[in-house]
Design a protein around this ligand. Structure first.
Ligand code: ATP
Ligand code: MG
Length: 333
């Protein structure tokens, strides 16, 4: 099969960046190499479509059977992850992963929380503010502290630093103003769940397979842990990964059940990673879902899959297979 690979590389996105984590979501050439090698080992031909305008040129000229999409999209728009799948749908090209509607909803954390809460999934209390005026009108004193302040439409912990954890109304307000100004999108304040950091990986559609339930354990045990940008950039020194998570069986069952419920409620396809904090009472609080999780060597889905005995190329192959089941016309006999 001829597989088109759509991706956005850090080095491919040029121009002035307002914040030092502007490129954090984008991939490195190593990831593209690894995915290419995974497909070539299965006898497929890989066509590098890239992202942005380069993708537009390539997709018009290269005939591919299916696109394997890992492109995060451009700008700070809440629908950026939907950009490439929208074009692929317009051109009637099969592609892996969730559709534009799902990707756009899931990048919008407040919208996602409203949808899953309607399905009885527990998620921390939150408020969203889209302007300085809304910041001024917010009843900061009424919110429970500590609380976390974060951009409403980001991933890879962009905008989430040690300083994002606010212990008072004054601190929260200051951090919210900074976040609003720097990230040019609404900001949310969310109740801080001081519990275990857990990620759940899912691959496949009917049946959906739980790849792993992984706990991210901070090496420093004092203070409140956030899997912040600083931690993700220095994960080798700051955290350990535990998969399967050593949590009580009831909490593990609730995590598996909630993840699948969220995956289905949001209309996800092929693969995703769901992030939770589990309270000391064993209650999983839904934080967010990534229907386009990283597939590089050091991304959480790959780390957990490897700990569960998968090889990198097997994860890539399983995502492709899940998509191919939806597009039987792509499978040549
Ligand atoms: N309500 C919360 N309570 C406790 N910790 C939180 C909360 N919200 C976020 N965090 C911490 O901040 C981290 C990053 O938050 P979140 O997952 O929302 O950001 P993200 O940018 O979408 O990250 P990624 O896409 O890399 O998963 C979480 O993994 C968690 O450690
Ligand atoms: Mg997350």
């Amino acid at each position: 099969m001829r597989i088109g690979l759509s991706y956005d590389l850090k080095m491919g996105v040029t121009g002035q960046h307002a914040v030092d984590d502007a490129l954090e979501e984008y991939d490195s050439p190593d990831t593209v190499e690894l995915i290419t090698a995974a497909f070539e080992s299965r006898g497929h031909e890989v066509v590098r479509l890239g992202g942005g305008e380069q993708f537009l040129d390539n997709v018009r000229h290269e005939k591919v059977d299916i696109a394997f999409n890992i492109a995060e999209g451009r700008g700070s728009h809440r629908s950026r992850e939907a950009q490439i799948p929208s074009i692929l749908e317009m051109l009637d090209i099969p592609y892996t992963g969730s559709d534009p509607q799902c990707l756009a909803v899931c990048l919008d954390k407040p919208a996602t929380k409203k949808l899953v809460a309607a399905d009885d999934i527990i998620t921390p209390k939150w408020l969203t503010m889209a302007s300085e005026q809304e910041l001024r009108c917010t009843a900061w004193e009424d919110f429970p502290y500590p609380a976390i302040v974060k951009p409403a439409y980001e991933g890879s912990s962009k905008g989430i630093r040690f300083t994002s954890l606010a212990y008072s109304a004054k601190q929260a307000q200051k951090e919210a103003l900074r976040t609003l100004e720097c990230y040019r999108q609404p900001v949310m304040i969310e109740e801080f769940i001081d519990g275990d950091e857990v990620a759940v990986g899912i691959i496949g559609n009917n049946p959906h397979r739980i790849v792993g339930i992984m706990r991210v354990v901070p090496r420093k045990k004092n203070g409140h842990f956030i899997y912040s940008l600083e931690v993700k950039r220095d994960y080798l020194n700051l955290v350990d990964y535990e998969c399967p998570a050593h949590l009580d069986p009831e909490a593990m069952e609730k995590l598996a059940e909630s993840s699948l419920k969220v995956f289905k409620a949001l209309g996800c396809r092929d693969f995703a990673r769901v992030d939770f904090r589990v309270s000391p009472e064993g209650i999983p609080y839904f934080i967010e879902i990534n229907p386009l999780p990283g597939l590089g060597t050091y991304s959480d889905l790959i780390i957990m899959a490897k700990m569960m005995g998968w090889k990198h190329k097997e994860v890539i192959g399983a995502v492709l297979d899940a998509a191919l089941e939806r597009y039987p016309q792509c499978v040549r006999v």
